[in-house]
Ligand binder design. Structure first.
Ligand SMILES: O=C(O)c1ccc(O)c(O)c1
Ligand SMILES: [Mg+2]
Length: 621
């Protein structure tokens, strides 16, 4: 599949955007007029740079408000267009995007619009230029692709064709299936953008909230299958207007974009599997990867070993052993949960989640797939006879390892810790319930695509949780079986009133148990620092759920939180935070499938009070 990206997707100068697109592996770019106008490079120099970088200049855009106007304005538009055709000749670009008129349109007549496009096409032909007519979702008279296509057909000129942009089609909920009926040679260009479903005016939605395929809610794979069935064989180009992308590192965004196309290509190939359709796009499949069956291990890195292992002990973990060759690595276990504690960092370094090991059916296929999706491999060494563990960096720097699934349920690497085959009958904690990872706001969409494409997790609808220093966006990535659940959070950017002062927004590991009262009592006996829950919470709980007084008192005594829905109940408690990590212990009763979202603001407020108090203590000292 020939890949392209519009320069508007990327931050920086035109030259930086071109270098980033080429380095990420795109075949071509769409030149946004604005990027060229502000560049000190001449069109010839841009053409030369593109040639050096091996990039084709696939499209020049946009040409606005050309059609549906009176004769005088149209004459002016022809003059304006001719100057652009001359410029395109200097650039060496042969396709120009013409948007349906949003500003100056006054004649709502398809014959007139088609006639004007034909005239424009006639002029374009003299310069060897083709016009790709795009129905903007907010066009004055033309706002849907089928209407635009009727006009293109009426224009009936070899230099006049269609540009299909998935955003303009899917945002208006137009059925994309009629794409299949468009003559392939009339589809001059294809632009892709995904977007989260938002209820807002479509112009603002388009200009600020587009994301790469796989990062939003549109059915991008379905859209692609229609293109293939239509026989489209041109470039597939990303056109994303997004406020975060405009500020993010240009190289990262370019890689993220290419990953989205590689993923989409793979998914489309699979969706068409078995269908007798000619693959005009040349879709490449990736090595298949099944969703993970669970967590193999969690690795905590800390320069504060004592308080970290004490906390694990308080939660019921026992030392499983010390690594035979790595001096600073130890294993803590409880039931099937394995936590590797690595203190190979300077003393006092903050405690953090460093790595996650996922159980996958075929680790080699998983690493192969991840590498083809441009994920960076984690450098890792092992001693003679030790297990080879391979992984890649997630967008936030967390190491993601692909671990095999041993037949007997005992990973081979456990032997390197001299871990004994113990019975875990007495373990209160029986699994990892979920792992909550904080994401930098500008890489959030990238993280969603990473976990979707690399680990076959699916994004659930996102929620906003109110905290004292802003709203925390939360979206759960989960495997279909539910064995792996990872809420991704975006903390408010540097809030003005404190906000987790001096520390990054915390992440957490939630442990599953069958008796949260017993786990909490054991933890209290071992001196755990619980996150305190205020009296007001329990009064509100009682008002909302009409609970038994004794039950509420037992919750309050142990700082337990509670939630209930039609399917069941959820009981949980939180530990204090070490560095950027805290733990949660949860008990699910019945079919409760949520994460106690109504209680998250209580946690955020309690953590905020604590971090403010610690900050005061530090500054006063
Ligand atoms: O928002 C716009 O104006 C705009 C311009 C060009 C496009 O291709 C598009 O999809 C939107
Ligand atoms: Mg477009």
């Amino acid at each position: 599949m020939r890949t392209s990206i519009a320069t508007v997707c990327l931050s920086g100068t035109l030259e930086e955007k071109m270098h980033a697109a080429a380095a990420a592996g795109f075949d071509g770019i769409e030149v946004f007029e604005q990027d060229l106008v502000v560049s000190p490079s001449s069109p010839e120099e841009i053409r030369e740079l593109a040639a050096q970088l091996g990039l084709s200049l696939d499209l020049y855009q946009p040409f606005r408000d050309a059609d549906a106007v009176g004769p005088e304005l149209f004459a002016a538009n022809l003059r304006r267009a001719e100057a652009k055709f001359q410029l395109m000749n200097r650039l060496g670009t042969d396709t120009m995007l013409v948007c349906s008129n949003v500003g100056t349109a006054e004649i709502d007549d398809d014959e007139v619009v088609a006639g004007q496009l034909r005239e424009l096409g006639e002029l374009a032909a003299r310069y060897g230029v083709r016009l790709a007519y795009e129905a903007l979702a907010w066009g004055r008279f033309v706002d849907d692709f089928e209407h635009a296509q009727r006009i293109v057909d009426l224009a009936d000129h070899p230099s006049v064709g269609t540009c299909l942009d998935s955003f303009h089609i899917l945002s208006r909920a137009w059925d994309p299936a009629p794409i299949e009926g468009i003559a392939a040679e009339k589809i001059f260009f294809v632009q892709l953008a995904d977007a989260p479903l938002l209820s807002m005016d479509v112009l603002s939605w388009s200009r600020h909230h587009r994301v790469f395929p796989g990062e939003g809610d549109f059915d991008m794979v379905g859209f692609m299958t229609h293109l293939v069935r239509a026989g489209y064989d041109g470039p597939v180009s990303l056109e994303i207007f997004n406020d975060a992308f405009r500020q993010a590192d240009v190289n990262r965004t370019a890689v993220d974009g290419l990953r989205s196309l590689r993923w989409l290509e793979d998914q489309t190939r699979r969706a068409l599997d078995g269908e007798p359709v000619r693959d005009t796009l040349g879709l490449q499949a990736l090595p298949a990867v099944e969703e993970p069956a669970g967590y193999d291990f969690v690795e905590i890195r800390t320069g504060r070993l004592g308080e970290t292992t004490r906390l694990l002990h308080q939660l019921g973990f026992a030392l499983g052993g010390h690594h035979q060759s790595k001096e600073n690595v130890q294993l803590w276990v409880q039931g099937p949960v394995r936590i590797v504690v690595n203190d190979d960092v300077p003393d006092g370094s903050p405690t953090e989640i460093a790595a996650l090991g996922f159980e996958v059916a075929d680790p080699d296929a998983a690493i192969d797939r991840a590498t083809r999706l441009a994920a960076l491999p984690v450098p890792r060494s092992q001693g003679p006879g030790e297990q080879v563990l391979r992984g890649v960096f997630a967008p936030d720097g967390t190491e993601v390892f692909f671990c095999g699934r041993p037949a007997d349920g005992v990973p081979a690497w456990l032997g390197e810790f001299g871990a004994d085959e113990e019975s875990h009958d007495a373990a209160l904690v029986t699994g990892v319930d979920h792992i909550n990872m904080a994401q930098p706001w500008q890489h959030y969409d990238e993280a969603v695509l990473f976990y979707t494409s690399v680990l076959a997790l699916a994004a659930q609808p996102s929620q906003d949780v109110p905290g004292p220093s802003g709203l925390v966006r939360s979206q759960v990535m989960r495997s279909a079986s539910g064995a792996v659940r990872m809420p991704l959070n975006v903390a408010p950017a540097a809030a003005e009133q404190g906000s987790f002062v001096g520390a990054a927004y915390p992440e957490h590991v939630a442990l599953y148990c069958t008796d949260v009262f017993a786990a909490a009592r054991r933890a209290r006996r071992r001196g755990l620092d619980f996150l305190p829950v205020p009296q007001n919470y329990y009064e509100d709980l009682d008002a909302r759920f009409d609970l038994d007084d004794e039950f509420v008192a037992s919750l309050q005594e142990l700082n337990l939180l509670y939630d209930r829905d039609a399917d069941g109940e959820f009981l949980h408690f939180y530990t204090g935070t070490l560095g950027t990590v805290f733990f949660e212990v949860v008990e699910r009763r019945g079919g409760y499938a949520g994460f106690g979202a109504p209680n998250a603001p209580v946690r955020l407020a309690a953590q905020y009070r604590r971090s403010q108090a610690e900050h005061r203590a530090r500054t006063e000292a």
